[in-house]
Design a protein around this ligand. Structure first.
Ligand code: UD1
Length: 420
């Protein structure tokens, strides 16, 4: 099994090119089931995307992936005559976004059998809201042997749906199902993450009629789609991770071709902590500081502070003066990185869904274990700050979502080696 060996305390200086967004590419790939032919550009070369491509091929789509051009061309001949479409457990269990193929297959074929994804390290993560939305659109749903069996042989019908709470995946699945439904669907209390807007832009380019107004999304069903080419947005979580990595004294990293509007909340928090962030047109430069201040943050749906950057900002808080506080409101079990950070010397106390981080503390290298994607990268950030050498095990989590992480950081003078 591969591991990372990181020698810390190097000053990070340089430029990082941010990849395409994983969390936008995944639903867009699922959406490609609704089209006959589309090309998706700027895809990130990470394992979750490769798994989604495997899933699309398994379902019967032709996918041509060019790693060099970072594009995927998709050709789709699925019709109502394809009645035995299955999204198998082996693919959906490693990449939960696999469940997003449910709405599109149902639209295209009238019948779908998709594995229930199961829980993961950060929480139980049910899909009840996805199923509630599909049922309201007219699908018949049964759960049997760990699979969702859904049918809508006469097609789905537009309706009004109000989500009891905000879910990114359920909003996406509902949009994808409503896209091919008859008539108008209105979704209320939706997630409005930039990745959802990117999915809607893709669908509208295909010929869709989707409108987002605050947390209300209106979808008018369409039957025909156009052949298109679409460029996926940049990965705001990757950008946020590297912005945070440069927060301490002596570091300076620049990023071009990014849009500060989608990362405003994170920039405000970094500035409050004392990190210098300079935004000019589509370029951001972050300059670290040696006097960092405590802050209190609460994760929340966009435009709130993203739960996907909670573990990373916690590492920076270990360097702030005083006690910082994080309240995690999205996932019930998302402090798995804390015991590992403590092994590196962090002073963190957990009570219910609150973490109290006392700083500044000197971190020291240790052998640690990654538990999920964002927890893994937080250990990398801690290792960059730590004295001596850190060994990070189980880095397959990292490879699910960060393209060329060690190359990007080593180009900024970090010292990271991958060994088998
Ligand atoms: C997506 C992101 C993930 C991010 C999360 C929250 C992708 C591929 N993944 O995950 O990186 O951390 O949004 O920003 O885009 N829930 C239910 N029932 C449901 C659906 C969700 O109870 O049917 C709960 C979840 O367990 C969680 C909360 O709602 O507690 C929010 O989850 P959701 O927004 O759906 O996250 P994902 O779409 O799984």
């Amino acid at each position: 099994m591969q591991r990372l060996i990181i020698k810390g305390k190097k000053k990070l200086k340089g430029k990082i090119k941010i990849s395409g967004s994983k969390n936008a590419t995944l639903p867009i790939l699922a959406a490609s089931i609704l089209s006959n032919s589309s090309e998706i550009k700027n895809i990130p070369l990470v394992n979750d995307i490769f798994t989604m491509v495997k899933l699309l091929k398994f379902i019967g789509l032709k996918c041509i992936l060019s790693k060099k051009k970072k594009t995927i061309k998709i050709f789709n001949k699925l019709t109502k005559s394809n009645k035995n479409i299955i999204a198998p457990y082996k693919l959906v269990k490693t990449m939960r976004a696999g469940v997003l193929v449910l709405g599109p297959i149902l639209n295209k074929c009238g019948k779908a059998k998709v594995s229930l994804p199961g829980g993961c390290a950060i929480g139980s993560r049910p899909v009840d809201l996805h199923l509630m939305a599909l049922k309201k659109l007219g699908a018949k749903i049964k759960i049997k042997n760990g699979y969702i069996h859904a049918t809508a042989l006469k097609g789905l019908k537009g309706t009004n749906i109000k989500f009891p709470f905000i879910s990114v995946g359920a909003t996406e699945n509902a949009i994808l199902a409503a896209f091919g439904a008859e008539g108008k669907t209105i979704l209320n209390n939706c997630a409005i993450e930039p990745e959802i807007k990117d999915l809607v832009n893709y669908l509208n380019k295909l010929g869709g009629k989707i409108n987002i107004k605050k947390r209300k999304i209106t979808i008018r069903g369409v039957k025909e789609t156009r052949k298109i080419s679409y460029k996926v947005m940049f990965d705001r979580i990757e950008l946020g991770t590297y912005l945070i990595s440069a927060g301490t004294a002596g570091n300076e990293i620049s990023f071009s071709n990014v849009d500060k509007k989608v990362i405003n909340t994170e920039i405000k928090i970094l500035k409050k902590i004392g990190v210098k962030v300079i935004c000019k047109k589509n370029k951001i430069t972050v300059i670290g500081n040696n006097k960092l201040k405590k802050v209190s943050i609460k994760t929340g749906p966009y435009p709130g502070f993203p739960t996907d950057l909670q573990a990373q900002i916690m590492v920076l808080m270990t360097q702030s003066e005083g006690t910082s506080k994080i309240t995690e409101t999205i996932f019930e079990n998302r402090f798995m990185h804390v015991p590992e950070l403590r092994r590196m010397g962090a002073n963190i106390f957990i009570k219910n869904n609150h973490a109290y981080i006392k700083g500044p503390t000197k971190l020291s290298g240790a052998e640690v274990m990654a538990t999920d994607l964002r927890a893994s990268v937080s250990l990398v950030l801690a290792a960059l700050l730590a004295e001596n050498r850190t060994i990070i095990n189980r880095i397959y989590h990292l490879d699910r979502g960060y393209q060329h992480l060690e190359k990007k950081l080593n180009n900024c003078r970090a010292n990271i080696k991958r060994i088998n």
